[in-house]
Structures are given as structure tokens and as C-alpha cells.
Design a protein around this ligand. Structure first.
Ligand code: PLP
Length: 357
């Protein structure tokens, strides 16, 4: 879409939006896709069985607006009550509802200057005043910077695109220090080596934890996300959801999500393999002259000591490998490289060696 498509019929806010631009999903060529942190592995085997056995006639009916079967399975997996779980059409939608439900406050919302680039977009959509808080020179969060008046805090843990995780103990202290505002921990990548904040829910009424099926459950194409928190926060999300779309999770997504959750061994095995590849790729990149930030996610964030990141990005692309390059202050020397299959990682490293050689 270009500015040429502007319309006098738009509501006022539409012209002022600065929409999110997702990583490329190319249609034209077979790329090795290491640019959107998708899983290199297929969904759990039970997912194919659900698809094969799905009763097509059931699609005549609307799905359960409360997604009770999926919510109950998530509650069991995480040791929570049904009314402490919310589900939505991808965690992006869950996050959007959470911004709408909790962050329209007189004081500004706080989040790191380098974090998920959808956060400022939701602020634009819902007219939420926000301030970004600089990560320190090692790209780490200094929690003392968040101890000031705020209308809410959101932190990805591990952070994106750095991959750096914080300990649950630090989140605990933050929650205790800011009882008057909602703290959202966005755990899109938590299963690759970080500590989840879910065990803190019982203690803190202001904590909302958001997770996704897109990464560690290998289901980015399904669009399923969830949030966990004490019942009044979940009720807030449900009020927004029921004022927007009563049926965000379709019947098939719900059944597939349950099948994925029920196969814990497969889930753990996929995470283990990705963690092993991440460590191998990280070490090899260091050998090739990169600084690699310590990652607890399914990607690494790396900068070469001598070569321009934009140039490496373009050379990789010319060689059929897509990674993510953010042309933004502080991080325009870095590449974010998703961890692919073992073979894809081999090809990446061999290509990188050739390009840099
Ligand atoms: C930090 C973070 N949060 C949330 C999401 C959204 O995930 P989804 O909408 O696929 O559940 C992403 C996607 O890349 C992410 O990086």
C-alpha cells in the first residue's frame, strides 16, 4: 500500500497509524527461512491425526466462544484454574487486547527501547502514551529504570530481538515494587531456556503472562496465543474480546492446540534440538568474527566485528537465505538469525563462511 491509496473516507486515526511490518514470507523462491523465528520442525504427530479425523460437518456451527476445551488443557499444563487462562488468535491478538484492556492510563506505558516492534504499534492504535527505556550497553534491562510512575510495563522474556533473558527473581521484585500497574511478561520464546513467570501469578494480581503456540509448539501458521493471570485480569481481557470478536479461536485451531499441548515429550525434544543448534551456531559465528549476544530464544542476535550487517543480510539473501535485519539505531550492526533445522544451520554457516571469506 502506498500513500497514493489514502482515502478521504478513512477515520482520523487510520492516517496516523504506523502499522507493523512482519518479516518477509516470500512466495517466489525456495529460501532457507531464518527470518521470522518459526520452528524448523513439524507440529506434534497428533496434529496430523486431528486434521485427518476432523468432522467437516462440525464447521456448520460456531466454535465454543469460551474455548473451554483448549482453556482447560492449558490450565492443566500450567497448574492454573480455568478462569486464569485466556486464548486468542495468535499472541499478537492477545497482546493487542491486553494493551487495550490495561494500558490506557494517565501515566506512560514503559518498555525497553529494543524490544518487540509491535508494542509501539499497539500504542498508536489504542492511543496509549508510552516511553521506551534504554537497555544498558550490554543490551540488558536495568530494572531500577522501571521504578517510576508508569501506566504499565511490558517486557518480552527472553527479549526480542536480543534473545537475552532475565531471571524470575528480578520479575518478582519488579512486580512487588509496582503493585499499582499491570506488568505483562511476553513469553513468546520462554521455552528455549528462560524461566517462566507463571509461578508468580498466584502471588501477584498485577501480572499477566502471554505465550504463543507459534514458536516452541511449531504452529505459527495456526495463529494461537494465550495469556495467564489472576481471574480479574482475565475477565478484563474477555470483556475486550467479547466487544471485538466472540469467536477468535476456530474449532480446528482449538483441537490442534490441544493435540500439541498433549504431546509433552515431542515439545521438549524439539526445544532441546533447537537449543543444541543455537549453541552450535553461536559458537561457529564467534569463530567467524561475530559477537553473539547470549540467547535463551530460538534465534541469535549477532554483529560482525568488521563487516556491515546490511551487506551480509543482502549477500545471504542472494544466496537463498533469509535472516532479519533491522535498520534501526543501536541495532543496525546486528542480524537476527532464527535457528533452523540441523541441515539449514549447516548451510547457513557454510554460506556465511564463503561470504565473509
Ligand atoms: C516477542 C514476541 N511476542 C509476540 C509475538 C507474536 O507471536 P504470535 O502472534 O505468532 O503468537 C512474537 C512474534 O514473533 C514475538 O517475537
Amino acid at each position: 500500500m502506498t500513500n497514493g491509496n489514502r482515502s478521504p473516507y478513512w477515520s482520523d486515526i487510520v492516517s496516523r497509524l504506523d502499522p507493523y511490518v512482519p518479516g518477509e514470507q516470500p512466495r517466489d523462491q525456495q529460501y532457507i527461512k531464518l527470518n521470522t523465528n518459526e520452528s524448523p520442525y513439524p507440529p506434534a504427530p497428533g496434529v496430523a491425526q486431528v486434521l485427518a479425523g476432523f468432522d467437516c460437518d462440525a464447521l456448520r456451527r460456531y466454535p465454543d466462544p469460551e474455548s473451554r476445551a483448549l482453556v482447560d488443557t492449558l490450565a492443566t499444563v500450567h497448574g492454573l484454574e480455568r478462569d486464569e487462562v485466556f486464548v486468542g488468535n495468535g499472541s499478537d491478538e492477545v497482546l493487542a487486547h491486553a494493551f487495550h484492556a490495561f494500558f490506557q492510563q494517565p501515566d506512560p506505558l514503559l518498555f525497553p527501547d529494543i524490544s518487540y516492534s509491535f508494542y509501539p504499534v499497539y500504542c498508536g492504535l489504542y492511543r496509549i502514551d508510552h516511553e521506551t527505556v534504554p537497555l544498558d550497553e550490554r543490551f540488558e534491562i536495568d530494572f531500577s529504570d522501571y521504578r517510576r510512575a508508569n501506566g504499565g510495563i511490558i517486557l518480552p522474556n527472553p527479549n526480542a530481538p536480543t534473545g537475552i533473558a532475565v531471571e524470575r527473581a528480578s520479575i518478582r521484585e519488579l512486580l512487588a515494587d509496582t503493585p499499582e500497574s499491570v506488568v505483562i511478561i511476553d513469553e513468546a520464546y520462554v521455552d528455549f531456556g528462560a524461566e517462566s513467570a507463571v509461578p508468580l501469578i498466584e502471588e501477584f494480581a498485577n501480572l499477566l503472562v502471554v505465550q504463543t503456540f507459534s514458536k516452541a509448539r511449531n504452529l505459527a501458521g495456526l495463529r494461537l496465543g494465550c495469556a495467564f493471570g489472576q481471574a480479574p485480569l482475565i475477565e478484563g481481557l474477555n470483556r475486550i474480546k467479547n466487544s471485538f470478536n466472540s469467536y477468535p479461536v476456530n474449532q480446528l485451531s482449538s483441537a490442534i492446540g490441544i493435540a500439541a499441548l498433549e504431546d509433552d515429550a515431542y515439545f521438549r525434544d524439539c526445544c532441546k534440538r533447537i537449543i543444541a543448534s543455537r549453541e552450535r551456531v553461536g559458537e561457529a559465528l564467534v569463530e567467524l568474527g561475530f559477537e553473539v549476544l547470549p540467547s535463551s530464544a530460538n534465534f541469535v542476535f549477532a554483529r560482525h566485528h568488521a563487516r556491515d550487517a546490511g551487506e551480509i543480510y543482502r549477500s545471504l539473501r542472494d544466496n537463498g537465505i533469509l535472516v532479519r535485519y533491522f535498520d534501526k539505531p543501536r541495532i543496525n550492526g546486528f542480524l537476527r538469525i532464527s535457528i533452523g533445522s540441523e541441515d539449514e544451520c549447516d548451510t547457513l554457516l557454510a554460506t556465511m563462511e564463503r561470504i565473509l571469506g
